[in-house]
Design a protein around this ligand. Structure first.
Ligand SMILES: Nc1nc2c(ncn2[C@@H]2O[C@H](COP(=O)(O)OP(=O)(O)OP(=O)(O)O)[C@@H](O)[C@H]2O)c(=O)[nH]1
Length: 255
């Protein structure tokens, strides 16, 4: 059963036609608020669908942009997330912008992330700016072996605040965490900068895959919770989620 069928089944309870309404209906059912309340046979069908654990499909693209200096690993991070692989070898800089669609299932809801991979080179900056306005989330990368890429983060944040929506989800990522012998930026420095700007932070490796999925899943969870947050549920807090997941995986001890 897809969300359209769910929506028509839920129509007697919620007449909105927004696809997110179907998710909200099921969300409430999921949290037992309307359990058994429909009396039309359809409600219990929806309940059992959710109980069987079938993810709800959501046709809405959440636009996520990867930004940061050239060579920090934006394309590699996306390839690792999308295909689970790292292609070593010569570096070929992104020209302009490219995108990948990826569906992430979070809390039994499918969230479609449209991920834009931007070119870090200065000459493409005006192209990148054009995409900021429509972004729901921004992953801002630096390379832990490159001091200049870290020093430029402030300038990137200034641009983001100038061109993006004020409520855009921003996450700071220190990539290439596998290259500890060439590390130029300590993890604490990344953490301090992230705290200063009140953005979540983690170190990632597009090579080993460490924290790559976590970064995108955390963004998907945040965007989903903003779209269908129900008042009876505790608010999703991305900082707390990331810290808890990092602790669980003992992520940073092997860098
Ligand atoms: N060891 C290691 N190398 C990485 C990692 N991520 C990227 N690289 C390498 O760094 C180089 C640049 O990576 P890209 O992904 O092309 O960088 P980019 O940020 O997309 O660069 P632009 O397209 O110019 O903006 C490539 O040679 C990658 O193989 C990583 O996590 N670890």
């Amino acid at each position: 059963m897809n969300w359209r069928e769910l929506l028509s089944g839920a129509g007697s309870m919620n007449r909105r036609t927004d696809p997110w309404a179907a998710v909200e209906v099921c969300w409430r059912i999921n949290s037992a608020e309307w359990r058994g309340g429909g009396g039309d046979g359809k409600t219990s069908e929806i309940v059992s669908t959710v109980e069987r654990g079938h993810p709800l499909h959501v046709e809405r693209s959440e636009q996520t942009i990867l930004v940061g200096d050239s060579g920090v690993g934006k394309t590699s991070l996306l390839v690792q997330f999308d295909q689970g692989k790292f292609i070593p070898g010569s570096f070929s800089a992104t020209v302009g912008i490219g995108f990948t669609n990826k569906v992430v299932t979070v809390d039994n809801v499918k969230v479609k992330l449209q991920i834009w991979d931007t070119a870090g080179q200065e000459r493409f900056r005006s192209v990148t700016h054009a995409y900021y306005r429509d972004a729901h989330a921004l992953l801002l990368l630096y390379d832990i072996t490159s001091k200049s890429s870290f020093d430029n983060i402030r300038a990137w944040l200034t641009e983001i605040h100038e061109y993006a929506q004020s409520d855009v989800v921003i996450m700071l990522l220190g990539n290439k965490a596998d290259m500890s012998s060439e590390r130029a930026i300590r993890r604490e420095e990344g953490e301090r900068l992230a705290r200063e700007y009140s953005v979540p932070f983690m170190e990632t490796s597009a090579k080993t895959g460490v924290n790559v999925e976590l970064a995108f899943v955390a963004v998907a969870k945040e965007l989903k919770s903003r779209a269908i947050q129900h008042s009876s549920e505790p608010k999703f807090r991305i900082h707390e989620y990331i810290e808890a997941q990092k602790e669980k995986s003992g992520c940073c001890s092997f860098f």
